[in-house]
Design a protein around this ligand. Structure first.
Ligand SMILES: C[S@@+](CC[C@H](N)C(=O)[O-])C[C@H]1O[C@@H](n2cnc3c(N)ncnc32)[C@H](O)[C@@H]1O
Length: 215
């Protein structure tokens, strides 16, 4: 048997539909607030803001800055950081993200900075969902999970991209390992849609039987 999943050939639109469907199933017609960690040109942000009218607040979190050539992000062979090698190029990507979401400017909050620093700006238990799609190395994903989990309210959803993407095999991405360990440590349920999109519901207070802490 071949463990290697099929390549993810979904277009951004198809991917957006998967996430909108899941958010609709989970939250119904409730008004919701969310955050996307790793936004790039706001392809997903645009899709969610335009197609999920129940979103009333959407944090767009990204450094929009070049990373050092010897960083783990570059070594992970992710092609995304090669899109902006200079601050001018990163600024241009940010402008695209702004233009793309201008129609929903009243709902978006742009947080330009590192994931850890920006998480501190968002109150704990204030978000219905967080979508993680920044650096895909194991330590980076562990950090993102740790700092964004407290932002989600009980009954909310933590989700993200590239759970088991073959594109990352060569560069040793660690999304799957980080998410699996996180889910096991907190005794949570992982749901996959298409092996790339992952979702974890945060138990409502009454559902939680064990008190567990992250390692
Ligand atoms: C895969 S792209 C995001 C794609 C976007 N979610 C979409 O679906 O259109 C990853 C983005 O994460 C950002 N990023 C990576 N590490 C980060 C960190 N630690 N803090 C903030 N942003 C980060 C990068 O600047 C890049 O724009």
């Amino acid at each position: 048997m071949n463990d290697k999943p099929e390549r993810d050939n979904q277009t951004p639109k198809q991917r957006g539909r998967v996430i909108v469907k899941k958010l609709r199933e989970h939250f119904g017609s409730r008004l919701i607030s969310g955050a996307e960690v790793g936004v790039l040109r706001a392809m997903l942000a645009e899709h969610l803001l335009l197609n999920l009218r129940t979103i009333r607040k959407y944090y767009m979190v990204d450094r929009w800055a070049p990373v050092k050539p010897d960083s783990s992000y570059i070594r992970s062979l992710d092609k995304v950081p090669t899109f902006f090698r200079t601050q001018e190029q990163a600024d241009a990507v940010l402008r695209v993200a702004i233009d793309r979401t201008n129609r929903c400017a009243g709902k978006r909050i742009i947080l330009k900075g590192g994931s850890v620093a920006m998480a501190k700006v968002v109150p704990d238990h204030s978000l219905h969902f967080v979508y993680i799609d920044a650096e895909h190395t194991y330590p980076a994903v562990c950090t993102d999970l740790k700092v964004w989990w407290p932002k989600i309210m009980p009954g909310g959803l933590l989700c993200g991209h590239d759970y088991d993407n073959p594109i990352g095999y060569q560069g040793l991405w660690g999304v799957k390992q980080a998410v699996d360990e996180f889910v096991a440590a907190l005794d949570l349920q992982l749901e996959l849609r298409g092996r790339i999109e992952w979702f974890v519901a945060k138990p409502r207070k009454t559902e939680s039987t064990n008190v567990r802490t992250l390692p």
